[in-house]
Structures are given as C-alpha cells and as structure tokens.
Design a protein around this ligand. Sequence first.
Ligand code: LLP
Length: 425
Amino acid sequence: MSSTRPFAHPDAQSPLACDGVSLDTLAKKYGTPLYVYSAEQILERLRLFTAAFESIPHLVCYSVKANSALAILKLLDRNGSGFDIVSGGELERILRVNKAAAQRVVFSGVGKTAAEIDLALRSGILIFNVESAGELDLLAERASRLRKRARIALRVNPDVFAETHPYISTGLREHKFGIDIRQARSVYKAAAKQKFLEPCGVSVHIGSQIRSADPFGAAAERIAQLVGDLRADGLPINSVDVGGGLGIEYHADHSFRPEEKIRQYASALLKALRPLGNLQLLLEPGRFIVAQAGALVTRVLYVKKNGEKTFVVTDAAMNDLIRPALYQAHHDIVPVVRRKGARKKTVDVVGPVCESGDFFARDRELPELKPGDLAAILDAGAYGLSLSSNYNSRPRPAEVLVEGKRARLIRRRETMDDLLAMEQM
Ligand code: LLP
C-alpha cells in the first residue's frame, strides 16, 4: 500500500484496487456510484497524528462532518480517537457507536440549540467550544437547570489569514466563527462567574485544506498569548484545541508526504504551545484522516461531443460529490481497467444532473474512457457522502469499507422508497 493513497493497480493487467480488493469486483457486486474506503489508511493517518504529538498530552478528536459513517466512527473509536461534533445529530451518531465515547467529544458550532446543548450536557461530553456571548448565556442557563457542570473553551477568532478556498477559510474577523480574540478575556471573566460553567480551555479553528504550517503557527502564538493572560487573570486553563484544517494534496503529480506534513504542523504548533506547560492539546482533523482513504467509483454512461468538447457522462453526479462544483476542487480520476495502448484524450467528466456546474473534471487529459468503463474519483473520503444530497431525486450511493483483504457494505444504496418515505400527497 502506498503511504498516500490505498488505491493502486496491483499490476499492469489488474483493475484498480483498494488495498488489493478489486474495484471492478466491488462495482459488480454493489453497483455504482459506490464509495469505497480503506480502513487501514484511516488508521494509518490516525497513527501519524498520535506519533507527531506523542511528546505532549493530546487527544485527536476526529471531525465527524468529514465522513460520519457509523462504521468509520466505530473504527476510530476502537482505536482511541475522540470526536469533534457540530450538531446534536453528530452526537447521536457517536452515542450509537459507543455511549462512553461522549467523554472524548468536543462540541463546536456557531448555532447550538437548547436541545443540542441539553443532549451534550446529559451525555457528559468533554468540552463545549463556545462561539458567542449569547451561546454562553444559554449554556449557563441549561447547565444550571440540569445541574450539570460544563467544561468550556471559547472558540476565539484569531484574525489569521489562511490561504485556502474562501468558503472554507474561517479565522478572519470578517467570518462568522468564534469570538473576537480581543474580547475573549472579558467573556471569560463573565463565564467564570457562572456556577455551572468551568472555563478551562481555549479553542481555535482557522479553516480547512490549509497546506502551509505557518498560519497554524501564527494562530497558536496568539492562543498562547491569550492563555498566558487568562492564567494571569486566575483562570486554570489546561486545554488548547487547535481545530482541524491540515490540508492534503489532491494532485498525485505533486509530491505529498503525509508524515512530513504532519511533522511540520506539529512543530509549528508545539513551538508556540509547549512553553505553556501543563496542557492537554485537542486536535480536530477531518480531511487529513479520511480524504485519501476514499474513492467514488462510477461507470461511464455515454461519451458525447458538443462542438470541440468531449463529455464523458458518468453515473455519479454533483449530488454524490459536490466538491468540484462547490469549490472548483480538483480530484484525480483514474480508469479502473487500464486498456492496452489507450490514447489520452482531453475531456470533461460530468454527471447527469441538470446543472452546468455538475462536473468532476474540465478539460482534463485522461486515458480514453468508453461507455461501460469504470473510473475512480480519488481522494473522496472526506466531504463526499457527508455533503451529498438527493438533488434530481437521485438516491445516494452505497458505501463499502475494505478491512484487510475483505470488503463489507457499511451503507446500502438508497432506494426510491427511502427518498419518498417522509412525504405525503
Ligand atoms: N473543526 C472545526 C470547528 C471545523 O469547522 C472543521 C471543518 C474541522 C474541525 C475539520 O477540518 P478539516 O481537518 O477537515 O479541514 N466541505 C469543505 C470543508 C469544510 C470544512 C468545515 N469545517 C471541503 O470539502 O473542502
């Protein structure tokens, strides 16, 4: 297995495989479009995190939004991972997997409702990342009503610029996230007066798909400064949550060494945070853990020409994987079966949805694909199915998890009955 992607051709004749399990076989058995994930790759990424931070007490809280499949959550739970959640629904998923895992849950999000807060208080989560003064008031009220103490961190907005797509950058003052770091001290003082609140942490998250370690280091320095100030104010701050956001490389032709990336990330963070001494570090990686463990396998329906352009129409669409449409994101696409002497052609790979934004690749040079061929859209393990929809009344794909040499269905394909179950005429 490659250390970057578990998807490879075992040899020149064999179809593309996930940890040696043929995607052709899986597509025949489970149909397409089909998400396929490697358990081994997910665990390897978790281990990389743990290894990079072993010199400091820490907990990796996998960001559930990246991929919330129960089987993946269970795999991570069994291997000691905590979880970053942003809704009551995500908490329900964790509780279904293992009630005791609530102790390893951090709850972020700008719009927590009273019902969600109550569920989290009753479940005994590790810590709330509070994103506004209003939320702090509501949490204080709910905690005292339920007579449950809540450990809290304020999620501060450090006003740090992170080079990424504007939709997934979160650490600037103009963004809706967190509390302005300049106001944090006074909000902490208000929190400390509340009997059922225990302000013990600081949290931050500056964005997603950030490929340089520098902005993480800059944010950590600001956090370290704040922790010093808060401790001087008499608050026993012993937890720093640095959020998620570490990026991957979506282009195979760029060299990407995950071990190296994570080492740089860890060293930027620890340089700023280690001087604080007594501290538990919380990490919220999502994409880095699951993105490269997954592929979306799709079958070519048609190949058509319009003017100068050639369109490869697949049975997967933007409702199954919206990243290219939403962020102009690049995903490598690989034919599952390599045809001897196949010529390369410049094509658009598109889905059947009625939007011109429904594309997976534009003007991409790919080995020729013909109707009936299978192709794998790589690095689709994060924000793939979790961001999917039923647009155009399209049932969602099935999901398969490869564990060792075995593959099993972890979510069956949706049916029209599933889609219509909530409706009345
Ligand atoms: N923690 C918080 C508070 C977050 O908001 C996020 C992601 C994470 C952790 C995990 O970030 P990661 O390690 O996965 O970068 N749909 C977009 C990404 C949205 C990220 C939202 N927040 C995409 O497909 O690129």
